[in-house]
Ligand binder design. Sequence first.
Ligand SMILES: Cc1ncc(COP(=O)(O)O)c(C=O)c1O
Length: 455
Amino acid sequence: MDTTTSRGRDVAYQLHPFTNLGRHESEGPLVIARGKGVYVYDESGREYLEALAGLWCTALGFGENRLAEAAFRQLSRLPYYHQFGGKANDVAITLAERLVKLMPVPMSKVFFNNSGSEANESAVKLVWYYNNAKGRPRKKKIIARQRAYHGTTMVAASLTGLAASHRDFDLPIPQVRHTDCPYFYRYARPGESEEQFATRLAENLDAQIQREDPETVAAFIAEPVMGAGGVIVPPATYFEKIQAVLRTHDVLMIADEVICGFGRTGRMFGCETFGITPDIMTMAKAITSGYLPLSATVISEEIYRACVGQSEKLGVFAHGYTYTGHPAACAVALEVLDIFEERDLLGHVRRVGPILQDGVRKFAGHPLVGDVRGVGLVAGMELVPDKPGRGTFDPPGKAGALFVARAQANGLIVRNLQDTVALCPPLIISEGEIDELLRKFAKALEETAEELGRR
Ligand SMILES: Cc1ncc(COP(=O)(O)O)c(C=O)c1O
């Protein structure tokens, strides 16, 4: 089979995630060869403003030499050392200490993994271990939400509430349940306020836990702002009401901070922005600005103590990866934290975030735009075929895909999430670059509308 693409690249040697593989063989990927600041360049040298920070990752932008140098220094001094069987490396220890001090609620220990999926996988394993330690072997179910995205490994994909992540992969696993998605634009009833919607969802969760039997429900997992599900910002009072239900039934709260963590919402963690008090927090992506793979599962003292007790009983805590606490990744993460402080990145996000948010909301009146939502430096604009009726495109994703193509032709990279166009630029983006992003975005919207005959 000839798999040389129209862009001249042979795609035969990789299975590309979240891609229509059949169509991909004929069209091929956009091949990126280098990056600087908020820009990336393809093989022919064409420039694109990367308005999704890769995959919601490169908070400090591309080509940040301090991160490359931190990795180089660490690789020269100690390129690898593990954390198994009573050994450790000094950088992982330093990073763990610094992360625990950064946590918005009292936390005790950090477990390092290599990806967001693994961080969530570890979170679930630790919840199960904890409940076994507490003599509650039935309390094992995890409730996630429809449209959630928590990754693609077996447990993480099960937690994910998107059909494509389950279908024909024989998932979800039996211990996982899904509950309502707090998607006000689509799922609120006519006339319902955000607060009333939040109350209804919390009541539904309460009823669901009671139906399942609270003795069998161990944890609830949530992204503060849902990313891949369509940039869904929780309605007012949502987490406050959900957490009250969880407390009633002694159900742990896991906050998946993989996208929101490290400044995205204008605070260090999304939990701070939305008043979440988690028992476990998972984080990845911006922890190294995406420069090296690293994630963390941070747990409370109570969970840690139960793990200690259980490992004494069993003789070993048998969880971990060869690359847990990889020194080069940890060194990069420490440098990221230094840069956050030195450049007051949180202050920067709070200053420029409103410029992006106001700018995108200016498109709210466009006939193709149903909803615009976001916080800090993450935003979503939902395209609809009929503004008053809030219908969906057939096939779903059609308009968003067109938008992505038009944006790309105009030198802007955004992501289509079932007709919601997502923006999540590097946090270092300047006001001038936000203006450029919005200009290109406006052009892509006009061209998309023209192609769909909807100007
Ligand atoms: C909220 C959230 N959790 C988990 C993941 C999974 O992370 P990874 O792809 O590193 O496994 C992602 C990835 O986009 C994510 O957005």
